[in-house]
Design a protein around this ligand. Structure first.
Ligand code: 16G
Ligand code: MG
Length: 544
């Protein structure tokens, strides 16, 4: 390690003294102006991680659904997964080291992790369409090169595409070709083959309206659409030519405001969906004949997918287990439907994709989705091999089911939740089953719910247990919440510190919207009073 060079280059990526940032749920996020030193240092860290794992590591520059002025960065581990937790801690320490401590912290990480400095390092880099992203990704490259790492800069990519590239590169091309074209071809081929099986069930030409949040999803879908146009035509809105990234549009806006994005013309009963700013989340929606808006969120996506997979798995009859993983935000109706009607086991983990992903890997087939639309399905290697073998050997119904599963495996991005891949899976399932968005939506009715935010002096005063469903500290808060919940029917509420914003999040659901709002408000007040609220007290009707 040329520590002199590290320090010398660091002066042109100087850390504003005193600035402290955390590697949060999905990496660092802040106003883009505060991130130059973070990018340089994550370049350094990616090299150490690459040497340690003897694998390619990814660095993605994006702040997902955050406002355009923000940016962020996260590292991608060898199998396309989120960075290991112990390295998140290294990332935070390295990011916050003052200039004079940088060398010491870097050496500390390298020695503590027994990194072989002679080992080669390779880092792949991607970025979203934010105006700040290009310059920030140059700073990552500076960090990589100063430690002697090799790199490939993919330029503009969706976050899941970079996960895919990392996974391909570390599995010797078996998963797919590590190029954008390789990604388009792999997914489109699987999609077109799957939907061919639908043509026997009276196929009409399928079309879908897509709100791209004025982000990278628009660019990539434009490039990709001719690959799958035989099966689906997409009409793009908020494609970045006019509007501002994530502003009044995108999956996060639609889910949290439960209304359509600006800039999209919706006729009644047309199927529409929204991506977020880096295209790793998707939600669906439509307007009914009375003009009423209906949201089809990640929970309903998980239900559609797991029900389809469960039927195919029972058709091939190999006693393969399927599990669904959700978080506390999953609508109570979805959990009840999955467990009681579909008889599928459901598990709850903490918020954040890494937790869901990890749990889903315990099953032969693990479907995970957050209510906000981030998710995918994972197939164990043994299941994949079995299915491919059956698909090759059999011509009967079992063989047909195996062929469909084979295509589904190829169509899902197994490295990360992916709006483009999920969209194609959903469109294929709807086509094969001959379902409209309304029929899909009618599987169950969501319980009315409300999410609020409360500002507190220090959000770390709230700690939780039981997959964030119960509060441990401050003492007494859980008892108050439990008493409030008892006042309503079909009710549930929980609070947790956000991993991406300096706030406490409050979630409540109940038998009516009025009751859900009132419960959310009461719980917000309790948080404000018992957890050191600052600023204005929550008032009824306040929609944080
Ligand atoms: C990040 C997470 C997302 C989670 C959200 C929660 C990833 C890739 N993204 O966007 O899964 O739902 O944070 O945000 O893990 P919060 O902690 O502010 O509620
Ligand atoms: Mg995102």
């Amino acid at each position: 390690m040329d520590l002199g060079a590290v320090t010398k280059h660091s002066t042109s990526h100087a850390k504003p003294s005193g600035l402290v940032l955390q590697y949060g749920t999905a990496g660092f996020r802040a106003n883009a102006e505060h991130l130059d030193h973070i990018m340089y240092r994550m370049g350094l860290l990616a090299v150490l991680r690459s040497k340690q794992t003897k694998s390619t590591i990814g660095v993605m520059v994006t702040a997902s659904h955050n406002p355009e002025e923000d940016n962020g960065v996260k590292l991608i581990d060898p199998l396309g997964e989120m960075l290991a937790p112990s390295w998140e801690e290294h990332a935070t320490r390295l990011a916050n080291a003052e200039e004079q401590d940088l060398q010491r912290v870097l050496v500390g990480i390298s020695e503590g992790e027994a990194v072989d400095l002679q080992q080669e390092a390779f880092v792949v880099i991607g970025r979203d369409t934010r105006p700040s992203s290009e310059k920030l990704s140059q700073s990552v490259i500076d960090g990589v090169t100063v430690l002697g790492g090799q790199f490939h800069d993919y330029g503009l990519l969706t976050t899941p595409q970079l996960h895919y590239m990392v996974y391909c590169r570390n599995t010797g091309g078996r998963y797919g070709k590590a190029t954008v074209d390789g990604y388009y071809q792999k997914l489109s081929k699987a999609f077109v083959e799957l939907t061919k099986q639908a043509s026997c069930s009276g196929d009409e030409h399928r079309s879908l309206k897509v709100d791209c949040a004025n982000g990278i999803g628009a660019l990539k879908l434009k490039e990709m659409q001719h690959y799958f146009s035989q099966g689906l035509s997409v009409e793009l809105f908020n494609d970045g030519t006019k509007g501002k990234l994530n502003h009044l549009c995108g999956a996060d806006f639609v889910k949290s405001h439960q209304k359509p994005p600006e800039g999209m013309e919706m006729k009644s009963n047309e199927r529409c969906c929204s991506f977020d700013g880096d295209a790793d989340r998707i939600v669906y929606y439509y307007r009914d004949a009375d003009g009423q808006f209906h949201l089809i969120d990640g929970d309903k996506i998980a239900t559609l997918i797991s029900s389809f997979l469960k039927d195919l798995l029972s058709e091939i009859g190999e006693d393969l287990n399927i599990g669904v993983v959700q978080t506390a935000y999953a609508n109570g109706s979805s959990t009840r439907y999955l467990e009681e009607v579909m008889k599928v086991p459901v598990y709850c983990t903490k918020t954040g994709v890494k937790h869901l992903h990890h749990k889903a890997q315990e099953f032969d087939v693990g479907v995970y989705f957050e209510a906000n639309g981030h998710g995918t399905a994972l197939f164990s290697k043994a299941v994949e091999v079995k299915i491919k073998q059956l698909a090759k050997e059999l011509e009967d119904n079992k063989g047909k089911a195996a062929k469909m599963l084979e295509n589904i495996i190829d169509l899902f991005n197994q490295a990360a939740g992916d709006a483009i891949s999920d969209m194609l899976v959903i469109e294929a399932i709807l086509a094969v089953k001959g379902l409209t968005a309304q029929q899909w939506d009618a599987l169950y009715r969501d319980l009315p719910n409300r999410q609020l935010k409360v500002k507190v002096a220090d959000r770390r005063v709230i700690s939780t247990t039981d997959a964030e469903r119960r509060v441990v500290t401050p003492p007494g808060l859980q008892e108050v919440i439990s008493d409030l919940v008892k006042k309503y029917k079909l009710s549930r509420a929980f609070v947790r510190p956000s991993g991406t914003e300096d706030v406490i999040r409050v979630y409540a659901e109940a038998d009516s919207q009025e009751n859900a709002d009132s419960l959310a408000h009461d719980v917000s007040l309790a948080v404000f009073q018992l957890a050191g609220g600052i600023g204005e007290r929550p008032t009824p009707g306040f929609c944080g």
